[in-house]
Design a protein around this ligand. Structure first.
Ligand code: ADP
Length: 475
């Protein structure tokens, strides 16, 4: 998303390491024909040799396109889950706005990494960020860099031999129109699938998937209620439908009811419409509960940003005027030469935990909501980056050995080490938030009252806050 210097700050995104998704086609509802097409690909992936003997090869690339929130990521994960293959996720924005030469080498690393786990799946979300038409308008800058990255993707895809060491590349975009045609040529993304907005039946099926772990008075009651919501939600995406059920669950819990009822569902629907129709700009339209959660999240992020200041990118301000799955905290332009030590990487993992830790502390583990969900992902990605890409951890150089027979071993070792870093980071983050609890509360109050707060005031509150001593947390 930003420059390499953003290693030191929590909003950076990185190529994730191998992940087993555990997601299946059962988790995706509606648009059955998409599943049928993808199921075929999974069959080919699984019985690679059998199909090869018949001269049937898996496509090298599958491009999923359609509006955000329609389940493209979910489908990519389901392909990996169904085929039982490791999943490497990246975002097109990971590759742009970096120092010269970095985009191409990031792409190279990603493919090398995936190949060493082959057969495996690479997922590049928002591929348009790197794969837009060359020579077009340079939206967001970094044109030359992006071009290098795109060329590298093309080289990598052309380079695969169709053999058992297959890597399937899945791209996702909501801007098919701006993609470079070179990406869509034969032997690259040669399977293009549109993931559209669900039909009424599709919406009902999606609602049912997300109602699986929710309580209703009876099966019939559930059926009738979901049927009604499906009727009322034309043009809603799967992600929005999921939100409605989650929101209804929260409302139910808040009213201390045992079952989700019609009133809660309709209220949740109204809120969902509200957040999406206000252009997410006017804080008066954000439901109170969400505003409170946002304020706590931003306050926690601010306190952590003071405790572990980013040496290269000072924060400037934050607000609760819009809702995103990542913090609203804004940062100054990146400056200075990058000199990151291991402790800087670790600080950035601890900072990334803040949204998740504060939600759990304030609202309870069973009552968290989507505004903290990305934090977990972010922290894991950063930890994996530290382990796999910097060579600064006990994982050492084993990664470069890259032998297939080491793979199961390595994967287990990576997971264990990553979990160790995450456990420490969550603990440390919680300890900082408890120590500076009064600052968290003060910043939250100001955000609720004024809607925004500047760095200067945050620092002032942080420096004056009475601290509650905490036991030391050691790595
Ligand atoms: P995209 O990648 O298209 O932006 P995501 O896959 O990230 O969308 O969707 C976000 C979430 O919304 C998913 O994790 C899932 O919970 C829910 N969702 C979206 N579409 C569907 C669907 N068709 N069936 C079930 N859940 C869905």
């Amino acid at each position: 998303r930003r420059a390499l210097g953003s290693l030191g700050q929590s909003r950076a995104k990185f190529i994730s390491a191998e992940e087993r998704t555990g997601v299946t086609f059962e988790d995706f509802a509606g648009q059955e024909y998409i599943k049928r097409e993808l199921q075929e690909i999974v069959r080919i992936l699984k019985n690679d040799e059998e199909f090869q003997n018949k001269g049937i090869y898996c496509p090298k690339g599958v491009l999923l396109h359609g509006p955000p929130g329609t389940g493209k990521t979910l489908l990519a994960k389901a392909i990996a889950g169904e085929a039982g293959l490791p999943f490497f996720a990246a975002n097109g924005t990971d590759f742009v706005e970096m120092f010269v030469g970095v985009a191409a080498s990031r792409v190279k690393d990603l493919f090398a990494n995936a190949r060493s786990f082959a057969p495996s799946i690479i997922f590049i979300d928002e591929i348009d960020a790197i794969g837009s038409k060359r020579g077009g308008p340079d939206i967001g800058g970094g044109g030359a860099e992006r071009e290098q990255g795109l060329l590298q993707i093309l080289t990598e895809m052309d380079g695969f031999k169709v053999s058992t060491s297959q890597v399937l590349v899945i791209g996702a975009t909501n801007r098919l129109d701006i993609l470079d045609p070179a990406l869509l040529r034969k032997g690259r993304f040669d399977k293009i699938i549109r993931v559209g907005l669900p039909s009424k039946d599709g919406r009902l099926a999606i609602l049912k998937v997300h109602a699986r772990n929710k309580f209703f008075r009876s099966e019939e009651d559930k059926e009738t209620l979901l049927e009604e919501i499906a009727m009322l939600t034309e043009d809603f995406t799967g992600a929005e439908l999921q939100n409605i059920l989650n929101e209804a669950g929260i409302l139910t819990a808040r009213k201390d009811l045992d079952y989700i009822g019609r009133e809660e569902l309709l209220e949740a629907l109204k809120r969902q419409k509200g957040t999406f129709e206000t252009g997410q700009e006017d804080s008066t339209e954000i439901p109170e509960e969400l505003k409170l959660r946002l304020a706590y999240r931003e306050a926690a992020v601010a306190v952590l940003a003071c405790y572990f200041p980013d040496p290269y990118r000072p924060f400037t301000e934050t607000d609760i005027k819009s809702i995103h799955s990542q913090p609203n905290m804004r940062y100054a332009e990146f400056s200075g030469k990058v000199f990151l030590r291991k402790s800087d990487y670790i600080s950035s993992i601890v900072r990334a935990c803040a949204p998740r830790v504060i939600e759990e502390e304030m609202f309870g583990v069973d009552n968290m909501c989507w505004i903290s969900a990305k934090a977990t992902l972010e922290a894991s990605r950063l930890a994996e980056f530290l382990i796999l890409q910097t060579g600064m951890t006990a994982f050492g150089k084993a990664y470069y050995r890259n032998q297939n027979d080491l793979v199961p071993n390595l994967a287990a070792k990576l997971e264990a080490l990553r979990d160790e870093y995450l456990r420490f980071s969550v603990e440390k983050c919680a300890s900082v938030l408890r120590e500076f609890y009064s600052a968290v509360e003060t910043i939250t109050d100001i955000l609720l009252e004024k809607g925004e707060i500047k760095a200067e005031e945050i620092w002032d509150i942080y420096n004056r806050a009475p601290r509650i001593p905490q036991p030391t947390v050691n790595p």
